[in-house]
Design a protein around this ligand. Structure first.
Ligand code: NAG
Ligand code: NAG
Ligand code: NAG
Ligand code: NAG
Ligand code: NAG
Ligand code: NAG
Length: 388
C-alpha cells in the first residue's frame, strides 16, 4: 500500500485530525484563555475579595521644620511646606491608588463611598488634595471639568505632642524618663560636640538632634547640596540615631503609642464596627497624616524596629471577604525606593506586611481585639494627658 511514497489514507486522516485538533486548541486558547487574561486581575489591582479599606499616608516631601545657626539651605516655599517634589509624589501616589482600587470604587467618586480626613496642617491638606486629583482625574473630554472631593479636618491624630509636649504634659514627662538622654549624651560625647561645633546648635535633647537631621534630610530629599561636614559617615550615623529616637517617640511603651495615636485608632476601630453592623456606607476611609502616624500604627500592630517613614509612603488596612469572616491584610507602599525601581511608576504593587500581633491569617475580630489596647476617646485622652 505504501508504494510511490504516498501517504496512506488512514495516516493522512490522522495527520489532518491532529491538525484540526491543534488548530481548535489554538482557537480555543485565543477565544477563551486570551480573553480571560485580558479581564484577569493585574498583580497591582486589589483582589475581588476586597470589602473595605483604611488608607493612611504621609504627606509628600517638605521643607524643614526649623533651622540651626550655620544652616544656609534655601526654602523658597517657607518652613514646613510641601515642595515641588512632594507635590509630584502625591499626584503619582493618587494615580497608583487609582490603579489598585479603581475596580473597587468603579473609577468614580461617589460621596457615599468615601470618608476622607486629614490632620489640620497645610502640608497634609494639600497632599491629600493632590493625591485625590490623581485618584479622580478631571474628564479630559469636558475641558474645565473637575472632580471636587469632600475633605474633613480633625484632631484625632495627636502627632503634634511629640514636638509640642506641652499639649500633653504627661506624655512629655514619660518620654523624658524613657529617653534617659543625659546618659545618651555621656555615651556619645564626641559626636554630640561635633554636631554642636558644626551647627552652632547646643544639643540638649532628642528634638535638637531631630532639627539637625531634618534640615539635612530635607535637603537631600530635595536634591540640594549638604554642608561639607555632613559626609555619608555623619548622615548615616545621625540617621541611625534618629531612627532609634523616632521609635522611642511613638513606641517606647504602649502608653506612648496610645498618647500619639490612640484617638485615631479608636476612630478607625469605631468605623470598622459601623461597617460590620452595616451602618457605614463608605468603602474607603482615608487619613492624610505624618511619619509619626504611620510609625504609631506599625507599633500598634506589633512591629518593634520601626523604620523612618519616607514622605508619601502609604499604609493600607485592607479588609477581605474570608470564609464566614473577614481577613485584614496590611499593605505598604514603601516610599520612593519602591517607585524608583519600577518601570511604570503607577503600576507598583504594595508590599504585604505580616502583622506581628496578628500573624498569618488575621481575622477582623483578632485585629479589632489588638487595637483595643490603644483605643482612647478624646475626653479620656485629655484626662490622661493632664494626670498628676
Ligand atoms: C460603574 O460606572 C459606570 C460608568 O460610570 C456605570 O455605568 C456602572 O453602572 C457603574 N457600575 C457600578 C457597579 O456601580
Ligand atoms: C485648624 O487650624 C486652624 C488654624 O491653623 C484653626 O483656626 C482651625 O480651627 C483648626 N481646625 C480644626 C478642625 O481643628
Ligand atoms: C534621610 O532619611 C532616609 C530615610 O527616610 C534615609 O534613608 C537617608 O539616608 C536620610 N538621609 C540623610 C541625609 O539624612
Ligand atoms: C567613615 O567610617 C569608616 C568606618 O567607620 C571609616 O573607616 C572611614 O575612615 C570614615 N570616613 C571618614 C571620611 O570619616
Ligand atoms: C446601627 O444602626 C442602628 C439603627 O440606627 C442602631 O440601632 C445600632 O445601634 C447601630 N449600630 C452601631 C454599632 O452603631
Ligand atoms: C522600605 O524600604 C527600605 C529600603 O528598601 C527598607 O530599608 C525599609 O525597611 C522598608 N520599610 C518597610 C516597612 O518595609
Amino acid at each position: 500500500m505504501e508504494e510511490d511514497g504516498k501517504i496512506p489514507h488512514s495516516k493522512l486522516y490522522i495527520f489532518l485530525n491532529f491538525f484540526t485538533i491543534t488548530a481548535s486548541i489554538v482557537i480555543i486558547y485565543i477565544v477563551f484563555v486570551n480573553n480571560d487574561s485580558a479581564n484577569a486581575q493585574k498583580s497591582y489591582e486589589a483582589p475581588k475579595s476586597l470589602e473595605f479599606a483604611i488608607i493612611v499616608f504621609r504627606h509628600g516631601s517638605r521643607s524643614p521644620v526649623l533651622t540651626f545657626p550655620t544652616d544656609t539651605s534655601q526654602w523658597p516655599e517657607g518652613r514646613l511646606a510641601l515642595t515641588s517634589k512632594g507635590k509630584s509624589q502625591m499626584l503619582k501616589r493618587g494615580q497608583t491608588l487609582r490603579e489598585r482600587y479603581g475596580n473597587f470604587f468603579n473609577y468614580t467618586f461617589r460621596q457615599e463611598d468615601f470618608l476622607i480626613r486629614t490632620t489640620n496642617s497645610s502640608r497634609t491638606r494639600m497632599s491629600l488634595e493632590i493625591l485625590l486629583s490623581g485618584m479622580f482625574p478631571a474628564d479630559l473630554y469636558r475641558p474645565g471639568n473637575w472632580q471636587p472631593v469632600d475633605i474633613l479636618t480633625d484632631n484625632f491624630d495627636k502627632h503634634l505632642i511629640i514636638v509640642k509636649p506641652e499639649l500633653c504634659p504627661k506624655y512629655g514627662s514619660e518620654q523624658v524618663a524613657a529617653f534617659q538622654f543625659d546618659t545618651y549624651l555621656e555615651n556619645d560625647r564626641d559626636f554630640i560636640s561635633f554636631l554642636f561645633r558644626k551647627t552652632g546648635l547646643l544639643v540638649g535633647d532628642p528634638l535638637d538632634m531631630l532639627v539637625i537631621w531634618d534640615v539635612l534630610n530635607c535637603s537631600e530629599e530635595d536634591g540640594s547640596p549638604l554642608p561639607d561636614w555632613a559626609t555619608k559617615n555623619v548622615t548615616n550615623k545621625l540617621t541611625n540615631e534618629i531612627e532609634k529616637i523616632m521609635s522611642l517617640f511613638v513606641a517606647s511603651t504602649p502608653r506612648a503609642t496610645t498618647f500619639v495615636e490612640g484617638p485615631l485608632i479608636q476612630y478607625f476601630s469605631d468605623w470598622l464596627t459601623q461597617k460590620l453592623s452595616g451602618n457605614a456606607t463608605e468603602k474607603i476611609l482615608m487619613h492624610s497624616g505624618h511619619d509619626f502616624t504611620l510609625m504609631s500604627l506599625l507599633s500598634a500592630v506589633g512591629f518593634k524596629n520601626i523604620p523612618i517613614i519616607p514622605p508619601a509612603s502609604v499604609l493600607i488596612f485592607e479588609v477581605h471577604k474570608a470564609h464566614k469572616s473577614h481577613e485584614v491584610k496590611l499593605m505598604f507602599y514603601n516610599s520612593t525606593v519602591q517607585y524608583e525601581n519600577s518601570e511604570v511608576e503607577t503600576l507598583v504593587e504594595p508590599i504585604h506586611l505580616d502583622m506581628p500581633k496578628c500573624s498569618g491569617k488575621c481575622t477582623l475580630e483578632n485585629f479589632q481585639a489588638l487595637l483595643k489596647e490603644y483605643e482612647i476617646d478624646e475626653r479620656a485622652w485629655q484626662e490622661r494627658c493632664h494626670e498628676q
